[in-house]
Design a protein around this ligand. Structure first.
Ligand SMILES: *Cc1c(COP(=O)(O)O)cnc(C)c1O
Length: 358
């Protein structure tokens, strides 16, 4: 028998979640964001599952785009960080990639290139996140330079929000205001909304949504809303019990003896650990499901194993354990490990086999 740690991916849930994004803004297009191996779900499999219904895909870089093209994925494919050197323009031309442009250097590489076909562009504007993008005052000049260039095709005006998940904060409205001001006289499609903005900030929807985490069923909002409640969990990370022990009051479990039994305790050892991507920082009490029933992690997570509290539960070697999925949400585990579902999903290592259904 193989080691039981595995991730089951429900492709139907991902298609459903993509449609949720589309329904929130029926007039808009939506780029399915599948960077970082589709947030750990497998970029080729996710792209193939969405291909028939999607308006386009977004990835971080050309390496990720080429993997998809080599697997036969067609249609619009956007590089969200654009290119890293001028020689990548030829590859982008050959594979019909859409490029984000966020620096003068990238702009110059594009203008100097001699592609065979026109290249579509997302012009990125820094409206307050201060990570990537041209300053608002530069936008018109860059936009007109792109428009004058005969080998540049469509130009979409784009920005990214720092705090769209914070549903009560004013920053998203301020960034939207800055964006509108910087782009007011320019006639071009607009792209602003990540998952959180798609779900919670309708005024930001524009022409091209960019949903990422919501496709995988994790709610990014600090306060769930009606739309985020309709998302379906796409990944179940699971493994199985490989040993069961009865411990007496006062005995300690695992490295550093972090958990000390306050009563006679039944402990189940599970074949999954931080070497598989389960967060080592998960605290005692982190929810975990044994035979479909919620219980808690006890003791420090090891590289290949972790331990759960099975006191009062029927348990034997081989019983299934869900680390996250429908019974225990990835967002819950993330909160107990001081992180976010994004890092849990992308952190799953190659040792974990992925199985697809739906
Ligand atoms: C990753 C990314 C997204 C998707 O963000 P989510 O929070 O996962 O929806 C959207 N836009 C850009 C530019 C990104 O880099």
């Amino acid at each position: 028998m193989a080691r039981p740690a595995c991730a089951r991916i429900n492709l139907q849930a991902i298609r459903h979640n993509y449609q949720c994004a589309k329904q929130l803004a029926p007039q808009a297009h939506a780029l399915a964001i599948i960077k970082a191996n589709a947030y750990g779900h497998g970029a080729v499999a996710v792209a193939q599952a969405l291909q028939a219904q999607v308006d386009g895909f977004g990835v971080a870089c050309i390496e990720e785009a080429l993997e998809l093209r080599e697997a036969g994925v067609q249609g619009r494919l956007v590089l969200l960080e654009g290119i890293f050197s001028p020689d990548e323009v030829a590859l982008a031309d050959q594979h019909q990639l859409t490029l984000t442009v966020h620096t003068i250097e990238q702009l110059q590489w594009l203008l100097d290139a001699k592609p065979k076909q026109t290249i579509d562009v997302l012009l990125k504007i820094d409206t307050g996140m201060h990570r990537l993008g041209f300053a608002p005052a530069q936008v018109k000049e860059v936009f007109y330079a792109l428009q004058r260039c005969s080998h540049i095709g469509q130009v979409v005006l784009m920005s990214h929000f720092a705090s769209a998940d914070a549903t009560q904060a004013s920053t998203t409205s301020e960034q939207l205001h800055c964006f509108r001001h910087a782009t007011q006289d320019l006639s071009a499609p607009l792209s602003l909304a990540n998952s959180a903005a798609t779900l919670a900030w309708p005024a930001t929807h524009g022409d091209w949504l960019r949903p990422g985490i919501m496709l995988y069923g994790a709610d990014p909002l600090d306060q769930p809303n009606a739309a985020s409640q309709t998302l379906q969990t796409a990944m179940q990370l699971s493994s199985a019990v490989i040993a069961v022990h009865e411990l007496a009051t006062g005995e300690c479990i695992g490295y550093g003896g972090r958990f000390q039994c306050e009563q006679p305790t039944k402990v189940a050892v599970v074949a999954i650990g931080y070497g598989d991507g389960y967060p080592r920082h998960a605290q005692d009490g982190t929810p975990i499901a044994l035979n479909g029933q919620r219980t808690r992690l006890i003791g420090r997570v090891s590289m290949d194993m972790l331990t759960l509290d099975a006191t009062g539960m029927a348990v034997k070697v081989g019983d299934p354990v869900e680390l996250w999925g429908e019974t225990v949400l990835a967002n819950e585990v993330a909160a107990w490990a001081d992180t976010i579902a994004y890092t849990l999903f992308t952190g799953i290592t190659s040792r974990v086999s992925r199985y697809y259904h739906g």
